[in-house]
Design a binder for this molecule. Structure first.
Ligand SMILES: C[S@@+](CC[C@H](N)C(=O)[O-])C[C@H]1O[C@@H](n2cnc3c(N)ncnc32)[C@H](O)[C@@H]1O
Length: 231
């Protein structure tokens, strides 16, 4: 086969893969080097509403929280402060350099109960199975196998543990890579989690809390109170 023919075939294969979305799947995990990413994430003017998020989630001393895709620790550090004393914050990322930066920030802030965790691509690899809140801020859309990742995350939660997702819907963005709320709801339902709260504090992102209908979860409490009212 001539070189020209080989190039034509390679071009056709690429066009085919692009057409069925494979190139997107590969691109999802691509990201900037840590130092550039950290500078971007620490840029003043990022609309994070960290303290409002903490208040809405009613995080309290003693809670165990996993900040998954923790990046520069914009949420990990204030969350670790909110759950002290006796709480534990696990900052999970797949980039060790990002975690080293968060470790440095934790030391500066004397946060001895903040632990960084090098997660796997499909599993946060947390060291405990007693997590109260697994928190994803603009990170779930970067994970290639989102359903598998959520399924793995659920195994580390207490029965009434919450999975919290703040992310952007493709309807609100020109980019292909964001996450549709309806897809998220279906994946969550498939692993037995249902939306229990939605906070409209961001103009461009949804902020949803999911829980299983177990134990003392708000879903069970609501059912009990409906049952009591109907008597
Ligand atoms: C856009 S940043 C958001 C960081 C932080 N949550 C914030 O809002 O400031 C996404 C982060 O997710 C991390 N990430 C990407 N894929 C991941 C995976 N499979 N598991 C854990 N973290 C991942 C990236 O390394 C990056 O730090």
């Amino acid at each position: 086969m001539t070189k020209k023919n080989q190039l034509v075939i390679a071009g056709l294969v690429f066009a085919l893969l692009a057409g069925i979305g494979w190139t997107n799947a590969f691109a999802q995990l691509a990201q900037l080097p840590a130092d550039k990413y950290i500078a971007l994430m620490n840029k003043p003017g990022r609309d994070l509403k960290v303290h409002e998020v903490i208040k809405k989630l009613k995080l309290k001393p003693g809670d165990v929280v996993a900040d998954i895709g923790s990046g520069s620790g914009a949420f990990s550090i204030p969350m670790a402060k909110a759950i002290a004393p006796n709480g534990t914050l696990y900052a999970v990322d797949i980039d060790q350099k990002m975690l080293d930066y968060v470790d440095g920030q934790a030391k500066k802030n004397n946060l001895t109960d903040l632990h960084t965790v090098l997660g796997g691509h499909d599993d946060p690899k947390l060291p405990v199975k007693t997590v109260d809140v697994a928190f994803f801020h603009r990170s779930l859309h970067m994970i290639e196998h989102r359903e598998a990742y959520l399924d793995a995350t659920a195994t580390y939660l207490k029965p009434e543990g919450r999975i919290v997702v703040i992310d952007k819907s493709p309807e609100d963005s020109k980019s292909w890579m964001w996450l549709k709320r309806s897809d998220l709801d279906s994946w969550m339902a498939a692993i037995g989690f249902y939306p229990v709260q939605h906070f409209g504090i961001f103009d461009d992102r949804y902020f949803v809390v999911y829980q299983r209908p177990y134990g003392n979860s708000s879903l069970v409490q609501e059912l009990k109170s409906r049952h009591a009212k109907s008597k």
